[in-house]
Design a protein around this ligand. Structure first.
Ligand code: ATP
Ligand code: MG
Length: 761
C-alpha cells in the first residue's frame, strides 16, 4: 500500500491504517487505552463512505453512549470535509435496538408508540406483581427481582429459557413465573424495559428469518466500539445481524442452531449446561460466512461485568468470527510518559488479563500526584482551588474532569462549584430527568402519548391530590385486571358506574375528560405549548406554587426548564423517546465547564486534566468488592482505576480523605490499596492545598503520609496491613440490591435515586 491516499488516512500509523483499510471480513482491534481504537473506527466509516462501499444508511455502528455517537458523527464530518447527512444506524445498542423494535412492534405484541420503562417504573410494576401473588416484598424485594430479570435479559434468556436452578433463588422458585407475568404485564401496558430493546429484537429475528434477512442485507458494514463491555444479548444480536443473509428461496437456511424455529424450547440453556460448546454462548455455535464486522476494545477496560458484560466476548472473537484478522495497536497518543507508566503499573497487578505493551513518544510530563486531605469537604475545597489555579494559567475548563467512583461523591463538588461560581456539568446520568417534579410532568405526557401507560397514570392520578387515594387506585387495578384493560380505560368505565363515592367519581371523571381533551389538543397544538397547558390545567404547577418548602421554587424552575428542553424535539413522541434513551446529559455543551462524572461514564473520553478523588478502601475499591470472595470484583475495580488514569492527557491527580461521610455517617477511612500499587518513580506526594490536612490529626492519615514520603518499593506498614485485614473481616455484607450509591453509574439501568414520591400511597 502506498502511503499516499485520502487525507483522512494521513497520520495513521501502519497498524491503524491496516485496521481502517481491511474492509472485508471480520476485524478485531484489541489494544490499550488511547491507542486510537475509536479513531480507527471513525476513519473506517469515512473510508467506507468515500470509497463508495456503502451508503450511510447501510452502516451499523454501535457506540457506548449517545454522546459518543454524536461525537463520531461530528468527526466524520471533519474527515470527509462535509456534513454526513444521516447515519441512521449510528448509536447505542439500546437506541438502535429500540428503533428496530418500534418498526416491528406488533411482532412483540406492542404498539409502535410503546413506552420504555426506567428502573423506577420497573420496580413499581414488579411490586404490584409481588403483591398480587402475596409475596412479602420485605423478604423478596422487588428491586432484587428487577436485578435478576435484568441479568437474565442481559444473557439473552426469555422466561422459558431461565435455568430452573436460577429461577429458584427468588421467592421459593417463583422467579421464573414472575418474570413471565412481568413480560405479560409489559405487553398490556404497551411498554418495554431496556433489556427488551435487544431481547425482543433477537426473538423477532429468530422467529422471522425474512425480517432478519432484510437487516442482514441492509447492513453492509458493522462497527462496534468498546466491545469488551458487550453482554451476551448484545453479542447474540450482533451475531445474528453479522451473518451473511440466507437465500430468500429457503428462509430456513440460517446457519447453525439458529435454524431451530422455536427459541422457546428451552434447549439452548440445556445446551450450555451440558457443556457441549463451552466457549460458545447459548444458541450460538461457530457458523458460516460472516460479513464485514469490525470490533474494537481493550480487555483492561472491561468495567461493566457487574451489569452482565462478558469480557470473554472479546477474548473469543476469532473463534466466534472465523477468519478474523486481529490487529494490535501499541502506541498511545493520549497521555504523557508518567501517566501512562502509572496506569500500566497499576493494571499489571491484575492476574486475569492478556497483557499488552503501551508506549508513548510523548514527554514524561508531570508526575501523577497523590494528595491526602482531612475529610471529603477539604478534598473538594482543595480540588476547587487547584482548578481555579489551572484556569488562571489560561487553560479551558472543558479540559478538566473530576471522575468519582460513586455518584454521591458529586454533591460536594457541585456545592463547592456553586460557591466558587465555577461552571460545571454532570455527565453520564439523566440527573435532571430523574427529579421528582420532572418525572411527574413526564408521567402526564406519557399518559397523553400512550393511554395504556399504567405506571405513568398511577403516578399522577392523585398528584396533585384529588381525593383519589389508595382505595380508588386499588379498585381501578382490580377492574383493569379483570377486563385486561389499561387503568385509564378502567377509570373511564368506572366513572359510569356507582362503584365510587360521588366525590371520587366526579374527580376521576374530570381526570379522564382532561386527558381526552389534551389528546385532542395534541393534534393542533405545539408539543411545548401542550406541556405548559397540561402542567397548568392539571393543577400541578399550582401545587408547587402553594408549596412552602424550600425547594419549591427550584422545582418550578425545573419545570420551566423541562418545557424549554422540549423545543429541541419535533414532537412529543420524539421527546419522550429521547428521555427514555438518553444516557448522557449534555445541556450547555458549548459552555466552558468542568465535567463531573463517574469513572464508568468516563470511558472513551479524554481530558488534559483529570482529578480522581476518593481513593479510599471501601469507596474505591468499593466495599462490596472488598466483602466479596475472589478477585474478580477487585480486578474490575482496578481496571476502573486504569480507565480513570488513562483519561488524562497531561495531568492526573489522585486524592484520598481520612474521613468521609457515606450516606450521612462519618467514618474514618484508609487510603486505597491502589495507591500502594502505583510506581514510586512516576508519582509525587503533595500536600493538600485545603489547609489543615495533616496537622496533629493522628489516625491513619498522618502515619500513612509518613510512610508515603518514605516511598520504598512498598510503603505499607505492618500496622496498616493489619488495620486493613481487620476492616475486611469486619466489613458488613450487603444483601441483594444493597450496593449503595455504587450502582448509580453511567446509565439509565442504574437504580435511580429514589427522589420521587412513592406512589400508591
Ligand atoms: P480508549 O481505549 O480510551 O477508548 P482509544 O484507543 O479509543 O482510547 P482514541 O480515543 O481513538 O483512543 O485516541 C486517543 C487520542 O489519540 C485521540 O486524541 C486521538 O485523536 C489521538 N490519536 C489516535 N491516533 C493518532 C495518530 N495516528 N496520530 C495522532 N493522534 C492520534
Ligand atoms: Mg475509544
Amino acid at each position: 500500500r502506498a502511503s499516499v491516499g485520502p487525507k483522512y488516512l494521513t497520520g495513521l500509523n501502519p497498524e491503524q491504517r491496516d485496521a481502517v483499510e481491511t474492509l472485508d471480513g471480520p476485524v478485531l482491534v484489541l489494544a490499550g487505552a488511547g491507542t486510537g481504537k475509536t479513531r480507527v473506527l471513525t476513519t473506517r466509516i469515512a473510508h467506507i463512505l468515500s470509497q463508495g462501499r456503502a451508503r450511510p444508511s447501510e452502516i451499523l455502528s454501535v457506540t457506548f453512549t449517545n454522546k459518543a455517537a454524536r461525537e463520531m458523527k461530528h468527526r466524520l464530518g471533519q474527515m470527509l470535509g462535509q456534513a454526513v447527512e444521516g447515519m441512521p444506524w449510528l448509536g447505542t445498542f439500546h437506541s438502535i435496538g429500540g428503533r428496530i423494535l418500534r418498526t416491528h412492534a406488533e411482532l412483540a405484541q406492542l404498539k409502535s408508540n410503546f413506552t420504555v420503562l426506567d428502573t423506577d417504573d420497573q420496580v413499581r410494576l414488579l411490586k404490584q406483581l409481588l403483591q398480587a401473588d402475596n409475596i412479602d416484598d420485605k423478604r423478596w424485594p422487588a428491586r432484587m427481582l428487577a436485578g435478576l430479570i435484568d441479568g437474565w435479559k442481559n444473557r439473552g434468556l426469555t422466561p422459558s429459557q431461565v435455568p430452573a436452578g436460577e429461577a429458584a433463588v427468588f421467592a421459593n422458585g417463583k422467579g421464573g413465573k414472575l418474570y413471565a407475568s412481568y413480560q405479560e404485564r409489559l405487553k398490556i401496558l404497551n411498554a418495554a424495559d431496556f433489556g427488551d430493546l435487544l431481547l425482543e429484537d433477537i426473538r423477532i429475528f429468530r422467529e422471522h428469518p425474512d425480517i432478519l434477512r432484510q437487516y442482514q442485507q441492509r447492513f453492509k458494514y458493522i462497527l462496534v466500539d468498546e466491545y469488551q463491555d458487550t453482554n451476551v444479548a448484545q453479542y447474540l444480536w450482533l451475531r445474528l445481524l453479522s451473518q451473511a443473509p440466507a437465500k430468500p428461496a429457503s428462509p430456513t437456511v440460517i446457519p447453525g442452531r439458529l435454524e431451530e424455529p422455536n427459541p422457546e424450547s428451552g434447549d439452548e440453556s440445556s445446551a450450555r449446561d451440558s457443556g457441549s460448546a463451552p466457549s460458545a454462548h447459548p444458541g450460538m455455535t461457530a457458523v458460516g460466512p460472516t460479513k464485514n464486522i469490525c470490533c474494537v476494545g481493550d480487555d483492561d477496560q472491561s468495567i461493566y461485568g457487574w451489569r452482565g458484560a462478558e469480557v470473554d466476548n472479546i477474548l473469543r472473537f476469532d473463534h466466534d468470527f472465523p477468519g478474523a484478522k486481529v490487529i494490535r495497536l501499541e502506541r498511545n497518543y493520549r497521555s504523557t510518559g508518567h501517566i501512562l507508566a502509572a496506569a500500566s503499573h497499576l493494571i499489571a497487578h491484575n492476574e486475569g488479563r492478556l497483557g499488552k505493551t503501551l508506549r508513548t513518544e510523548d514527554q514524561d510530563g508531570e508526575k501523577v500526584t497523590v494528595t491526602g486531605s482531612w475529610d471529603s469537604e477539604e478534598e473538594a475545597r482543595g480540588i476547587g482551588e487547584e482548578i481555579e489555579q489551572i484556569q488562571r494559567q489560561g487553560e479551558k475548563l472543558n479540559e478538566i474532569a473530576i471522575l468519582v467512583r460513586a455518584s454521591y461523591q458529586m454533591r460536594e463538588f457541585e456545592d463547592r462549584f456553586v460557591t466558587l461560581g465555577l461552571p460545571y456539568r454532570v455527565i453520564g446520568g439523566p440527573r435532571f430527568y430523574e427529579r421528582a417534579e420532572i418525572r411527574d410532568a413526564l408521567a402526564y405526557l406519557r399518559v397523553i402519548n400512550s393511554p395504556a401507560d399504567d405506571l405513568a397514570f398511577e403516578r399522577i392520578v392523585n398528584v396533585p391530590k384529588r381525593g383519589l387515594g389508595d382505595a380508588t387506585v386499588q379498585m381501578l387495578h382490580d377492574h383493569a385486571r379483570k377486563r385486561r384493560i389499561p387503568l385509564f380505560e378502567a377509570a373511564r368505565a368506572v366513572v359510569e358506574t356507582d362503584e365510587l363515592k360521588p366525590k371520587a367519581r366526579g374527580s376521576l371523571r374530570d381526570v379522564v375528560a382532561q386527558f381526552d381533551r389534551w389528546r385532542a389538543q395534541r393534534e393542533v397544538t405545539a408539543h411545548t405549548d401542550l406541556a405548559q397547558i397540561v402542567l397548568d390545567e392539571s393543577g400541578y404547577t399550582e401545587m408547587w406554587q402553594k408549596d412552602r418548602s424550600a425547594d419549591a421554587a427550584g422545582r418550578l424552575e425545573n419545570l420551566k426548564e423541562l418545557v424549554r428542553s422540549m423545543e429541541e424535539f419535533e414532537n412529543l413522541q420524539g421527546f419522550l423517546e429521547h428521555i427514555s434513551l438518553v444516557m448522557d446529559r449534555d445541556s450547555g455543551a458549548d459552555e466552558d465547564a468542568v465535567s463531573l462524572m463517574t469513572l464508568h461514564s468516563a470511558k472513551g473520553l479524554e481530558f488534559d486534566n483529570v482529578f480522581l478523588p476518593g481513593w479510599e478502601e471501601g469507596l474505591f475499591p468499593s466495599q462490596r468488592t472488598l466483602d466479596e470472595q475472589g478477585r474478580a470484583g477487585l480486578e474490575e475495580e482496578r481496571r476502573l482505576g486504569h480507565v480513570g488514569l488513562t483519561r488524562a492527557r497531561r495531568r492526573a491527580k489522585i486524592y484520598f480523605a481520612t474521613n468521609r461521610r457515606i450516606h450521612g455517617t462519618w467514618s474514618t477511612t484508609i487510603p486505597s490499596r491502589f495507591l500502594d500499587e502505583l510506581p514510586a518513580a512516576n508519582v509525587e506526594i503533595t500536600e493538600s492545598k485545603g489547609g489543615s490536612a495533616w496537622g496533629g490529626t493522628g489516625g491513619y492519615g498522618a502515619s500513612r503520609f509518613d510512610d508515603m514520603e518514605a516511598f520504598g518499593s512498598t510503603y505499607s506498614t505492618p500496622g496498616w496491613q493489619r488495620a486493613q485485614a481487620n476492616r475486611n473481616k469486619g466489613g458488613s455484607r450487603n444483601g441483594g440490591g444493597g450496593r449503595g450509591g455504587f450502582e448509580e453509574e453511567a446509565s439509565n439501568f442504574s437504580s435511580s435515586s429514589s427522589s420521587g414520591p412513592d406512589f400508591g400511597s
